[in-house]
Design a protein around this ligand. Structure first.
Ligand SMILES: Nc1ncnc2c1ncn2[C@@H]1O[C@H](COP(=O)(O)OP(=O)(O)OP(=O)(O)O)[C@@H](O)[C@H]1O
Length: 238
């Protein structure tokens, strides 16, 4: 692995049963980077996230994180190494309170947060303190997304994977969440790999982008490309 890579994905393959989806994919994320994966529906973006977390088996290639191979590790061991995952649709526990949801994020540090962790999360997401006792299922989509992100941050990950964080969220809240991720990146050095189709969220968050098609990376975009709306639209409609 090159010395500057936090996450190094080489020739990654996976799929469902006998059906291949990821067809030899290469991605590299450096420490402190925010990188987007873009591409139209069905190209395998969610499959990539699940494979990175160990929720789907790898059928070929290598995933290395902090210089260590993740391939043999189950999901909880990957989380313990410092990976957080916010799935598409957020998957908060609807009948549990906001605080109880946050506490479930502690399981990777033995169920007990270092002093001040909850306060820190509340500092980034004041709504989670205001709604502490409310059932998570009654929150708006944007609030649930903040809760899902807050929950993974309880485990103090070095890197988070976000699967379509803008989905079903109104535009002003999308911008708030993007700004928060940029702040977490700047203040805590949090690295982020996120799947997204919302051009405004990509532009507000991503330092680099990979374009995905049919289970492969077909292009890599830098800051100038990301600022170019027409260029981004072209890639999002691949
Ligand atoms: N559980 C599953 N079993 C079998 N095939 C699946 C399963 N989940 C997804 N697929 C298939 O794998 C391919 C990639 O799906 P995936 O959800 O990874 O794409 P995506 O790029 O995330 O799309 P979207 O933007 O719609 O979420 C699709 O052809 C999809 O039908």
């Amino acid at each position: 692995m090159p010395p500057d890579a936090l996450l190094d994905i080489r020739d990654l393959r996976s799929g469902y049963g006998g059906k291949p989806v990821l067809a030899g994919l290469n991605i590299r994320v450096r420490p402190g980077e925010i990188v987007a994966i873009i591409g139209r529906n069905g190209v395998g973006k969610t499959t990539l996230m699940k494979t990175l977390m160990g929720l789907l088996p790898t059928t070929g290639g290598e995933i290395a994180f902090k210089g260590q191979s993740l391939n043999p590790l189950p999901p909880h061991a990957r989380a313990r190494l410092g990976l957080g995952y916010v799935p598409q649709g957020r998957e908060v526990f609807g009948r549990m309170s906001v605080t109880e949801n946050l506490e479930t994020g502690l399981s990777i540090c033995g169920g007990r947060a270092p002093a001040g962790r909850m306060d820190e999360i509340h500092g980034y997401f004041p709504i989670l303190q205001e709604r502490a006792r409310q059932r998570a299922g009654t929150l708006s989509g944007g609030q649930q997304q903040q809760l899902a992100i807050g929950r993974v941050l309880m485990g103090a990950p070095a890197m988070v994977f976000l699967d379509e964080p803008s989905e079903g969220i109104q535009p002003n809240i999308v911008q708030d969440i993007a700004r928060l991720m940029v702040r977490l990146n700047a203040e805590k050095g949090l690295s982020v790999l996120f799947v997204e189709q919302n051009i405004d969220m990509i532009r507000a968050m991503a330092q680099r982008c990979y374009v995905m098609d049919k289970g492969r990376i077909t292009a890599e975009l830098g800051p100038d490309d990301i600022r170019d709306r027409a260029e981004m639209r072209r890639h999002l409609a691949v």
